[in-house]
Design a protein. Structure first.
Lengths: 304, 205
């Protein structure tokens, strides 16, 4: 009996020490890790917009965040968009409240700097000042609008949708006409060799170039991916002279309105991603339309 | 015991040659077979093992008198797991480029037999200084073996060294496939044994 107690005690102490060591390291490294994550997302967004080594991004490329909130005032419900606005040379944020029919309700200045606006906690503190109780606000999501030279280049939407195992975190990029520019899978826990294939180019790149019209009816088909199409989708594996320009144009034309070919033995994951992308894109296109018309009507000079 | 008479330098050199973890002790064969498809993999995994081995050896050696004999294995595992986590977090935070390449390997290390075995055989009995040199030798020995295997397999399998095309053609694709790991490990093991036997024989004459 004494032995057991001794062992239990020793193991508990060891575990506590180990946990403390890991905890301390985590706290010490959390900030740097966050910064890395931010850079990763930034690079992924630049890549999604089609910029890379041979096509460098313009120097005035900016990613502007629009934060969406659900605002409740007693019985009434509004959508609150926290948008970056131009005020002289400085960047400021304004909270634009829109009712559920898409009509403008109110415009509030949010006292926050662009840098701090990226922190969920700082944002909530600043919003508390303008949206005092009984108004309650809940964070919904954030969308990124990429601009360069005063023009919109596209939208990058962080999407989160249930996969086969847990949530799949992805970035969906669209051009101003809501044509898909690309898809990047950021985090997921799908099975290796099966659902994990959603990371692969041959799956992700199938979404590239799908028009908004096609997107609405996009489906997953259980057919083998044609060899030629697969080779075309795996852009990073292209060798010199593998495809001529005409050949590329021909393939692009042939598969432009094709549905998404499911990953072998992972139809659920394939379908989850396709539905997720559809959902994210469709909802955003609807919302940005409403927001844009309100901004125009109320003459709010948004930075995008 | 014979180990006690060894100097630090001997401990260090033995880890690399005479007691090489892969070629002599035949431990941690899974990574040796599975991951040794290129020199770069060998270097990355080797570095990760080196760090974890040295840190864990020193830790266990420091607390060797307080470990209850009945729970020594869980204690070793806990120590290794802690160090792996710490290294994983530090790498992810400060060297993201290396982490991208090494991240998967680092997490694999928790289950490596070589580290647990060195803790059991050496660090739990010897003072910190000696454990450090033993850990360093073993870590480098592992790295050396992985690099040799990687060199052979990368050269013969894809005609490249460290990603640079040296041969200009691919002699035998077979060598980068998993099954070739067994052949290469076996042949290299025999080769190193043969060298040792030959060396000892010459010493006797």
């Amino acid at each position: 009996m004494k032995e057991i107690i001794k062992i239990t005690f020793a193991l508990t102490i060891s575990c506590v020490i180990a946990a403390a060591a890991m905890g301390l390291t985590y706290t010490a490294t959390a900030k740097a890790k966050k910064h890395n994550h931010h850079m990763n997302v930034q690079n992924a967004m630049i890549g999604l917009l089609g910029f890379g080594e041979d096509n460098p991004a313009p120097s005035d490329l900016k990613f502007l965040n629009v934060y969406r909130y659900i605002v409740e005032d007693g019985e009434k419900k509004f959508l609150g968009y926290m948008v970056p606005v131009e005020k002289g040379s400085e960047e400021a944020y304004e909270m634009v409240l829109i009712d559920l029919e898409g009509n403008f309700v109110e415009k509030l200045e949010v006292p926050i700097s662009a840098e701090k606006a990226e922190e969920a906690h700082d944002r909530a503190t600043a919003l508390q000042k303008v949206l005092a109780p009984p108004k309650i606000f809940t964070y919904a999501d954030a969308s990124v609008i990429a601009t360069a030279g005063g023009k919109r280049l596209g939208y990058v939407l962080p999407g989160q949708f249930p996969g086969f195992r847990t949530f799949i975190h992805a970035l969906v990029a669209m051009d101003p006409k809501f044509e898909l520019l690309g898809l990047e899978i950021m985090e997921h826990e799908e099975d290796a060799g099966l659902g994990k294939e959603i990371e692969q180019e041959y799956f992700r790149n199938q979404f590239k170039g799908k028009t908004y019209e096609k997107l609405k009816t996009l489906q997953v088909i259980k057919k083998p991916l044609p060899m030629e199409y697969k080779k075309y989708l795996e852009k990073s594996k292209w060798e010199d002279g593998m495809f001529t320009e005409e050949h590329i144009a021909e393939i692009r034309k042939q598969y432009k309105d094709a549905d998404i070919y499911a990953i072998t033995a992972s139809t659920i994951s394939s379908k989850a991603v396709t539905d997720g992308v559809k959902n994210v894109a469709k909802k955003f296109a609807y919302r940005i339309g409403k927001l844009d018309s309100v901004l125009k009507k109320e003459k709010i000079h948004a930075a995008f | 015991m014979a180990i006690k008479e060894k100097t630090n330098t001997q401990l260090f050199v033995d880890g690399i040659l005479k007691e090489n973890p892969i070629f002599k002790l035949a431990l941690s064969m899974c990574p040796a077979v599975g991951i040794s498809t290129s020199v770069m993999n060998g270097i990355l995994l080797g570095t990760a093992v080196l760090f974890v081995q040295v840190c864990s050896s020193c830790t266990i050696s420091l607390v060797r008198n307080y470990i209850h004999p009945k729970i020594r294995i869980p204690t070793y595992t806990l120590t290794i797991a802690t160090w792996v986590t710490v290294i994983d977090l530090v790498l992810a935070a400060y060297v993201p480029v290396a982490y991208k390449a090494m991240g998967l390997f680092v997490r694999l290390i928790v289950a490596f037999a070589i580290i647990t075995m060195r803790l059991e055989m050496f660090a739990s009995k010897e003072p910190v200084g000696k454990s450090f040199w033993d850990g360093l030798g073993m870590g480098l020995g592992f790295m050396f073996a992985m690099m040799v295997l990687g060199f052979v397999r990368e050269l013969l399998g894809s005609g490249m060294i460290l990603g640079y095309d040296v041969l200009g053609f691919k002699p035998l694709l077979f060598f980068v496939l998993p099954c070739a790991g067994f052949f290469v490990v076996g042949i290299m093991m025999g080769f190193f044994n043969w060298i040792e036997v030959a060396y000892n024989r010459r010493k006797e004459v």
